[in-house]
Design a protein around this ligand. Sequence first.
Ligand code: TRP
Length: 453
Amino acid sequence: MSQNERDSFQSRIGLLLATVGSAVGLGNIWRFPYTLGANGGAAFLLIYIFCTLLLALPVMVAEFYIGRHSKRNAVGSFRALVPGTAWKGVGFIGVFAAFFILGFYYVVSGWTLEYVFQSFTSSFSNKSVEAFHSEFTAFSTTVWKPVFWTVVFIGITHAVVSVGVKNGIERAAKFLMPLLFTILIILCIRSVTLPGAMAGLEFLFRPDFSKITSSVLISAMGQAFFSLSVGMGCMITYSSYFKDKVNLQRTALEVTLIDTFLAVLAGIMIIPAVFSFGIAPTEGPKLVFITLPNVFGMMPLSNVWSAIFFVLLAVAALTSTISLHEVATAYLHEEHKVSRKRATWLVSGGVGVMAIISSLSFGVLKEMTLFGLTFFDVLDYTTTKLMLPFGGMLICLFVGWRIDKKILKAELTNKGTVPFYFFTSYCFLIRYIAPLGIVLIFLNELGLLKFLK
Ligand code: TRP
């Protein structure tokens, strides 16, 4: 495909929403609250915010540079910028990461569809906390139902991606993201006004620094990368569809602020309710699915609220699965000259197999473990805690050390037409602070450097 025929995002708002759509997803609403719950609350939140601003945001700007400057996919961009070097390996890691992330992300996306379905078929009011808990466990450990919804979700993503960026992604994001925001606010209000909600707010906002362990650090770093969709070339791929007049630094900052704000909102929606209903904050991946039905049960028209909420959550997940799918599809299509349609099929098929195995790993394949982790957990662990931070570090090193500062500045300021006041600090961040920070957190986790228990 020649450069001229390449798809691009048409309007500023469409582009922003598509990028926000990639960033905002299950990471904010499902993964963030349970990771925070399992890692001690407010102290985790603080470290998460630090990691977002000092590590993940700089990586996003660097990815935007790589993508828009080269106008290619995650692998092709490195091939174009530094031909014949090993740097394209960073892109390959990214394509693998896309497969692995989709392998567990599709499963949880499928769960959201089951809850949409349940909103129409069963009642949420007058049910005990235990009932919701055991119903979720029963559902997630069976064979057919969760696999069915996973496959449905793969099909929907497949359909959108095969239509292409402009028609599919941009249009879907434009009117559904603002709606999601509105319902989150409403549910936050319901949650904080529940009896006993105060304890949850304290857990969320009053840090207990003695709870910071090496696992809290690496979890917060992984969550920051995952939530912003950085470290694996997703933002390289999306920004390759940006027009030349797009202000890259401003877009990165806006996406980061919106994404972080929505994660905090999701925390306010979930954690007070968790305390109010006496659910353990350490429940893990099921936390959101056993907490929210209780919240809906406390509202008039509970089924209407839950239907709206889970539809929007499914859509938020969809705009994220689309972006992950696009990384692998654009790579196959542009680097291997496979038609876009064929590339889309290859990715859906490959990921489909993994997603089905990881869905089954909650039930029949529970015993199939590696280091005590199920298949689902292995995919989650290796991507969020290892591949994304590692990829992010390489991207910082690449842009910080390998790219000519003049060229970098010209791209980030649109040839001098928009200012970048903190350019020198930015360079310092991606050259030293971010890569070193990531390495230290890794070493600490491995126990090679013990500055925390
Ligand atoms: N950020 C998305 C979320 O929070 C998930 C996601 C989409 C992602 N694209 C990504 C995560 C690329 C890592 C890398 O749900």
